[in-house]
Design a protein around this ligand. Structure first.
Ligand code: SF4
Length: 705
């Protein structure tokens, strides 16, 4: 502030990093941001923030920003800076030519969980209405697609059940496969506050994360499971609850399908699912697991408290649940656990996916999946298609399109030829980097719409410069389904907001769009999406955020879902058989690698690595247990070669007992490391979400890169 001078004006906007959705007052002097102050009236953050959000503007003016469009005929040629007109007509001509030669299904697009709802909606509209295919997917494919699948099957809607405030009434908090302190810091503080007030805490994680033991809290139980055994642990927890008579049968009879419950209860009661039988698989001591199950179902010794017979149990989870070959099964098993204990439909309970990116929820809501239009309505439904066709004046393909990995496979096979990628670096963030590169290299037209020349842009023919969240107007939807305004704080460095660029391209393909402001896109979303029927920018401005569904039945929004009944009618118990991952350790690859993030960095680091205040996490390191380190003659700081069946990389070690023997851990923030070079091609059986969290590896000393 001293260097730039006093602020002249301020604009309230929403953080573009994690799914907490903190709001800030961006203080400006001219077109220069002076500082970001957490907004005291922010409904998700109440005046708090973390280090990432506080300094989230650092990258906006970074010298690496590309602000002029670039094109090239072939990826072997150098880039040529051109005008917007030339870039857009070059792109449209290429897309039209590919469509004419290979058909509409040879084209597709990827929306971004980093961009606004309005932008995601327009990208899928361009792909469906302009390209003519349903080959649209979102980067949520590689993170929370199993959440969408699992929760929609169990409850009828693809979203978390609670608002953040709900945690204030939780008696037992169960965290599985999430590290809130690093991933969702502001909400982690609220959880810790509740735990300090007396709520019990169960953590299920292969690593001793901060929530297990930190300055002011300690978990009652830490189930340090073997990576890849979530379903086995959750089934064993259910086994204890059912066989010890701790199920909430009154809730189940009233709210769930009783016959399905009985089938499921018979399944989990089988002796093969007892904690003792499964202990060799999960590596969780049976007595500890039994105690955790009893605590979650009963509140532990001393309960009941006050008037309530049962404690409020809330489950929070992250990518340690979804990024597995059994990701969708794990989400369903979590839903089973919530229903069997009656923990749905009121404050303090629920199933709460913690979304890693700011707008994972929103990008999924906006019809970014190849089988669904906005509001999770299947593309094969003729009435839904007719609604969109009448509004858009196009004919929609009734067949679901390709997911990201299938687009890449089809590219290698020669049937998929062009892709528009907005705000996503798939070469760095998707699994099996070599396969991604092969798919991109095989295409005739790769369009990257982003802030920086990322790794994917090495394979692009068109680079369309993107705008930062500070340069655009629109909305993000956070992990509690709260739709909040993103407001333009400064002029776009490239001259356009991202939705305007998509519109330029659409109109070059003769689609005749005429939006003059992002609010008009939201009006269209509301018109076509029942869960957003009551949403408008004007209302969001006036009310500071709304939690969907917002419609005639819930005019003020829905902080808590499934209150009087599940969206699907009766809650659905589903049998989730534990099936071990194909990824196995052996003499050559004896350790299991799992991955995560650190507080100061964000995903592949494109923004945070270009933000001065975040550089204190300067590199990815490999955490290794002292026993495994000693066996290899390693000490902290040594270079190692990390190799799997898929590839290898080099990084430094940190010797720590935060990880168990046999398990190693690293982050994926730095392109020098490219942790995804070693991850496998395994993916979730239902959604293709990659199995980032389990890779058999070998660790050997190295002299460095
Ligand atoms: Fe809030 Fe998440 Fe942004 Fe941090 S990164 S300020 S917790 S929204």
């Amino acid at each position: 502030v001293k260097a730039i001078g006093k602020p002249e004006r301020s604009v309230v906007t929403t953080c573009a990093y994690c799914g907490v959705g903190c709001t800030f007052r961006a203080e400006m002097r001219g077109n220069q941001l002076v500082r970001m102050v957490p907004w005291k009236d922010g409904k998700a953050n109440r005046g708090h923030s973390c280090v990432k959000g506080r300094f989230a503007w650092g990258y906006a003016n970074h010298a690496d920003r590309i602000t002029r469009p670039m094109i090239r005929d072939a990826i072997t040629q150098p880039w040529r800076e051109v005008s917007w007109d030339e870039a857009i007509s070059f792109t449209a001509n290429r897309l039209n030519a590919i469509k004419a030669q290979y058909g509409a299904r040879a084209l597709g697009g990827i929306t971004s969980s980093r961009c606004t709802n309005e932008e995601a909606f327009l990208v899928q509209k361009l792909v469906r209405g302009g390209f003519g295919s349903n080959n649209v997917d979102t980067c949520a494919r590689v993170c929370h697609s199993p959440t969408g699948y699992g929760l929609s099957r169990a409850f009828g809607t693809s979203a978390g059940t609670q608002d953040f405030d709900s945690v204030e009434d939780s008696d037992v908090i169960l965290i599985i496969g999430a590290n809130p302190t690093d991933g969702h810091p502001v909400f982690a503080s609220r959880m810790k506050k509740r735990i300090r007030q007396g709520a019990k805490l169960i953590v299920i994680d292969p690593r001793r994360i901060d929530m297990v033991r930190s300055a002011h809290i300690a978990a009652d139980h830490h189930l340090a499971l073997q990576p890849g055994t979530n379903v086995a642990v959750l089934t064993a927890l259910a086994h204890v609850i059912v066989t010890e008579g701790l199920a909430d049968e009154a809730f189940i009879r009233e709210r769930c399908d009783w016959d399905e419950y009985q089938d499921w209860a018979r399944f989990v009661s089988d002796a093969r699912h007892s904690p003792e039988t499964l202990e060799p698989v999960t590596r969780v001591p049976a007595a500890e697991l039994r105690a955790a199950a009893r605590l979650f179902a009963t509140g532990g010794p001393g309960w009941p408290s006050g008037q309530r017979k049962r404690p409020n149990g809330a489950i929070y989870y992250g990518l340690g649940v979804t990024e597995h070959s059994q990701g969708s099964s794990t989400v369903m098993a979590i839903a089973n656990l919530a229903m069997v204990t009656g923990n749905i439909g009121r404050r303090g309970v629920g199933v709460n996916p913690l979304r890693g990116q700011n707008n994972v929820q929103g990008s999924c809501d906006m019809g970014s999946f190849p089988h669904e239009l906005s509001g999770y309505r299947h593309i094969s439904d003729a009435a839904t298609r007719a609604l969109f066709e009448a509004d858009w004046g196009v004919t929609l393909d009734s067949e679901p399109g390709l997911r990201i990995p299938n687009m890449l496979d089809a590219a290698v096979d020669g049937t998929f030829r062009a892709i528009y990628i907005q705000g996503e670096d798939i070469l760095q963030s998707d699994p099996n980097t070599h396969h991604v590169a092969a798919g991109l290299a095989a295409m005739d037209c790769v369009i990257v719409h982003d802030l920086f020349l990322n790794e994917t842009a090495n394979y692009a023919h068109v680079f369309l410069p993107g705008s930062t969240f500070l340069e655009k107007t629109g909305t993000f939807t956070n992990a509690e389904r709260r739709i909040q305004m993103v407001r333009r704080v400064m002029d776009p460095a490239n001259g356009y907001e991202d939705w305007e660029v998509t519109q330029l391209l659409a109109n070059a393909m003769d689609l005749g769009w005429n939006y003059t402001h992002a609010s008009e896109i939201m009006d269209e979303i509301a018109r076509l999406t029942p869960t957003f029927a009551g949403v408008s920018h004007a209302r969001l401005d006036a009310e500071g955020g709304l939690q969907w569904p917002v419609n005639e039945a819930a005019p003020d929004g829905s902080p808590i879902m499934h209150v009087d009944g599940f969206v699907r009618g009766r809650g659905k118990f589903m049998v989730t058989e534990y099936i071990p991952t194909d990824e196995r350790t052996g003499p050559r690859y004896p350790l299991l690698l799992t991955t995560g993030r650190v507080l100061s960095q964000y995903n592949v680091g494109a923004q945070t690595r270009r933000t001065e205040n975040s550089v204190w996490h300067g590199e990815d390191v490999l955490e290794i247990h002292p026993t495994d380190a000693e066996n290899r003659g390693l000490k902290s700081g040594d270079w190692v070669r990390l190799a799997s069946r898929a590839g290898e990389t080099t990084l430094r070690t940190l010797v720590t007992d935060r990880v168990a023997p046999g398990v190693v851990y690293t982050t994926f923030h730095h392109p020098d490391t490219q942790a995804n070079v070693v991850t496998t091609e395994n993916s979730d059986w239902a959604t293709n979400c990659p199995e980032y969290k389990v890779t058999a590896v070998q660790v050997t000393p190295s002299n460095g890169p």
